[in-house]
Write a protein of this length. Sequence first.
Length: 324
Amino acid sequence: MSDAPAVTYADVEAAAARIQGFVHRTPIVTSRRIDAAAGAQIFFKCENLQRIGAFKIRGAYNAIARLSPEQQRKGVVAFSSGNHAQAVALAARALGVSATIVMPHDSPASKLAATKEYGAQVVGYDRYTEDRLAIAAKLAEEKGLSLVPPFDHPDVIAGAGTAAKELIEDVSGLDALFVPLGGGGLLSGTALSARALAPGIELYGVEPEAGDDGVQSLRAGRIVTIPTPQTIADGAQTTSLGQHTFPIIRDLVDDVFTASDAELASAMRLLAVNAKLVVEPTGVLGLAAALRRAPGDLAGARIGVVLTGGNVDLDRYAQLLTSV
Ligand SMILES: *Cc1c(COP(=O)(O)O)cnc(C)c1O
């Protein structure tokens, strides 16, 4: 772990300068009715309103912009069926770099279409019989493509940290911060910003109940790997934290909580009804945990919550909102 190059808040600042003008400084939204329900003041950082509909554009753009001209000329490759695919496709196009995305054949048609629309070349694979990492690695080797990982990379972490930097700059006196946790790119980047700008703030990561590898890893003091969790939070169906993200989370984050699928659906509904915000299941992990925790020692506190994305199929969205 110690051989991983360290990422620092200076890298987050550099990333912020690099992505400025391309990535939105997303708004902070509040709702009196949600505050009343929570018994605390909640400030939502709306990355569901970000370009490509999720914060992942921050890390993808930063990582591709940081490549050498030679690497940029050869192109990039990523494997993802979700927000990272669209982030790499759009960031690459904006930087004049060709992108190849390795996606399962059975990805939602809307996601395949969006990725192609951004100009990426899509390479399909069978998620049950083929290894996407091997396919991407082969493409990288044969064509000299640079792999852009979804979370476990210093430039991706630094880019992700810019969302919390903006939130802390825009909202004074925050007591606590809750952010979703998958592979930990967002949480580790958030930790760098939080410890530099608001050292005393309580910082929590929130993962799906079915995939509590983060909780297990913090307890064990090492990276614990689990089978792919079954949860509606498809952006956090990761099986482990990363070599780069784990040490930062271990050292700088106060704790990791979980939220059940039912809590996620309720939180999505609360945001739709009261704040008119469409947020995907993974995007409300922070709110779900804040709602559970606020009545206790965080009563009346000023709480920052990152709503990480809004990409959810409309039929699925309707179904989830009416399930609670
Ligand atoms: C990827 C993603 C996450 C998790 O981010 P990590 O950096 O993997 O922890 C959370 N929410 C959304 C919407 C995502 O796309």
